[in-house]
Design a protein around this ligand. Sequence first.
Ligand SMILES: Cc1cc2nc3c(=O)[nH]c(=O)nc-3n(C[C@H](O)[C@H](O)[C@H](O)COP(=O)(O)OP(=O)(O)OC[C@H]3O[C@@H](n4cnc5c(N)ncnc54)[C@H](O)[C@@H]3O)c2cc1C
Length: 404
Amino acid sequence: MPADDAAASAAVRHRTQVGIVGAGPAGLFLSHLLARAGIDSIVLEDRSRDYVESRIRAGVLEQGSVDLLNAAGLGARMGREGLAHAGIEIRFEGRGHRIDFLALTGKAITVYGQHELVKDLIAARLAEGRPLHFDVSDVAVAGFDGDSPSIRYREDGETHEIACDFIAGCDGFHGICRPSVPAGVLALYERSYPFAWMGILAEAPPASKELIYAHHERGFALLSMRSPTLSRLYVQCGPEDDVAAWPDERIWDELQRRTATSDGAFRVPQGAVLQKGVTPMRSFVAEPMQCGRLFLAGDAAHIVPPTGAKGMNLAMADVHYLTQALVARYRSGSMDLLDGYSARCLRRVWKAQRFSWWMTTMLHRHPEDSPFDRRRQLAELDYLTGSEAAMRVLAENYVGLPLE
Ligand SMILES: Cc1cc2nc3c(=O)[nH]c(=O)nc-3n(C[C@H](O)[C@H](O)[C@H](O)COP(=O)(O)OP(=O)(O)OC[C@H]3O[C@@H](n4cnc5c(N)ncnc54)[C@H](O)[C@@H]3O)c2cc1C
């Protein structure tokens, strides 16, 4: 028997309707929505449960994402512990300017840590006794260009193979699904930025009731929060900077300087630094977001710089559309929504790309900028904060464009 056939026959075999690679917000939320629609899935994750539940990342949910979570029966803890924010502050040249989302759009955002949402999603999945496998390895997808998609993986020393109708590639930017698409199928659009964010999670009360986005000649700073006692704080740093180059004192010093007000009254509350890390800045889109029976969702298909707080929300919108398409396929046999999945997602993805790029370029210091660029940047901030029309454009995008 050839070696490949021997390995295949040795595999423990499983069967499901949708095989999901990745237990981040996209994969977990998709599995939950599918279960509610009576569609079976198996979720594979190559990290431990503890790791994914403590991975500190995004924290802003658009109104549409909150509505989706509530409609899916996942809103209880978010409703109790999430912080509803009706606006943000843009601060530059020592002065703050509030952008009132509620007044401008009738909508708000909710601050709720991505890892808290992931905990809720995992708890819901396990409570229903549905398959979710952590710590798997050697995940490989195959057969999606024909009628017999399959996923192979290793778990507890054994090889497993899942036969499925469809594969959802929800395995993030560094996953294996997108690279498994044959060469020449995907067009990749990418932009990198000459800066990154040095971020900390600090045991300190938030500096303000709402997020503060600060533009300063020393660079950008963002004052955010995860709870009434935990602050999430960022300063613009070099793209190659390492955490070793940023001791806590340097981060606090830069935060204080970049967010200082002209009257000298403002101070960022300081506290123990619980976590520290670099968030890279990248804009990336893979088109189309599907190949045969493989569908990419979330960071596996697109990345935005975090300035516009869109990454997690885009992931949730993708799987909302993917669920609608899979439900249509299983209920009526129609492939129309599945065939149109990528185009439907990408219309929203590119608008979020545009907004995230605009927020990023407006608020950061660009190392190569000329004095003209600097003046233009300040004029843009002045215009934004002085024009109701301009503030409405920001507000409409920040709270999230409507889901179809
Ligand atoms: C370091 C970092 C910091 C971020 N910070 C912010 C922020 O501050 N603000 C903000 O708005 N957004 C932030 N984002 C973006 C936001 O967190 C993402 O957009 C969001 O996580 C997307 O969810 P996802 O489920 O698509 O992907 P992910 O959350 O990346 O989930 C993918 C999952 O797949 C798993 N996986 C990968 N490969 C395999 C494999 N081969 N087999 C099985 N499983 C696999 C991964 O372990 C992961 O659990 C950040 C992203 C990163 C990477």
